[in-house]
Design a protein around this ligand. Structure first.
Ligand code: IPE
Ligand code: IPE
Ligand code: MG
Length: 250
């Protein structure tokens, strides 16, 4: 990390948790006259780079959206290519996680994934669970509405079984049932490639998160772009429903 870069970072409050909607792989590839799947392959390499950079910058939690519950609607050959990328990624990730001391968790409903991918996910989570580096969450077959519904079903089951009382259900208890339990809410959400929507990402968890949108497509999103997002985050005034404290003139 260059000294100039380090200085820019030293004066900043680095968000503890950054959530990313990595979008634009397909358009990026098309613009180069390449197939969409080439964009996905390059995009997945960029995930590795950004994980390392994020940790160097002092980010403790990084959550990326890799495949949504709606992405099954894509053409079969694209879904197959994405699944085979994920399959390979799980293997590479096992090595990178060991190297970088990263703790990996997959959020989303993995029951719909092929058995071998599920097995790799469980291996990866098990192998990295004691690691003390970056907490890296990958959202696969993730949809926020689906996550909330799965949580509601489990809470209802626990109520029927007499494990909890309906009146005891508060935000804290509800969060235990979400895929993101024990992970602090994101401070900053970044979406690449120009779309200004959430596409069913972390609807509960992003309640008070700052949003940053950029036109840069995911394969071109570098550490410099990440730094820009953090700089903009620093210029924001987070309030959580309160009022801005006036500086006292003394
Ligand atoms: C993001 O890139 C990756 C996934 C959703 C899997 P896209 O595939 O959505 O790329 P665009 O948005 O079509 O360019
Ligand atoms: C959101 O991107 C999902 C992921 C990045 C995995 P999409 O490209 O699927 O979202 P829409 O369809 O443009 O809303
Ligand atoms: Mg897209």
């Amino acid at each position: 990390m260059s000294l100039r870069y380090r200085r820019r970072l030293d004066n900043m409050n680095v968000p503890q948790h950054v959530a990313i909607i990595l979008d634009g792989n397909g358009r990026w590839a098309r613009a180069k006259g390449m197939p969409r799947n080439y964009g996905h392959a390059q995009g997945s390499k960029n995930v590795e780079r950004i994980c390392e950079e994020a940790w160097r910058m002092g980010i403790k939690y990084l959550t990326v959206y890799a495949f949504s519950t709606e992405n099954w609607n894509r053409p079969k050959d694209e879904v197959d290519a994405l699944m085979s990328l994920l399959r390979n990624y799980m293997k590479t990730c096992l090595k990178t996680a060991a190297k970088n001391d990263m703790k990996v968790r997959v959020i989303g409903d993995i029951s719909r994934l092929d058995e071998d991918i599920r097995k790799r996910i469980l291996e990866l989570e098990e192998a990295t669970k004691e690691n003390g580096g970056l907490n890296f969450q990958i959202a696969i077959n993730y949809g926020s509405r689906d996550e909330i519904l799965r949580a509601v079903r489990r809470i209802a089951d626990d109520c029927i079984a007499g494990k909890i009382k309906t009146e005891a259900i508060d935000e804290e208890i509800f969060e235990h049932y979400l895929d993101t339990h024990d992970i602090p809410d994101p401070d900053l959400m970044i979406r690449t490639s120009g779309e200004l929507r959430l596409s069913n990402y972390l609807l509960w968890q992003l309640a008070y998160t700052e949003f940053y949108f950029t036109d840069v497509p995911w394969p071109d999103f570098t550490k410099e772009e990440l730094l820009k997002a953090i700089e903009q985050y620093n210029a924001r005034d987070r309030r959580y429903g309160g009022v801005k404290e006036e500086k006292q003139n003394v």
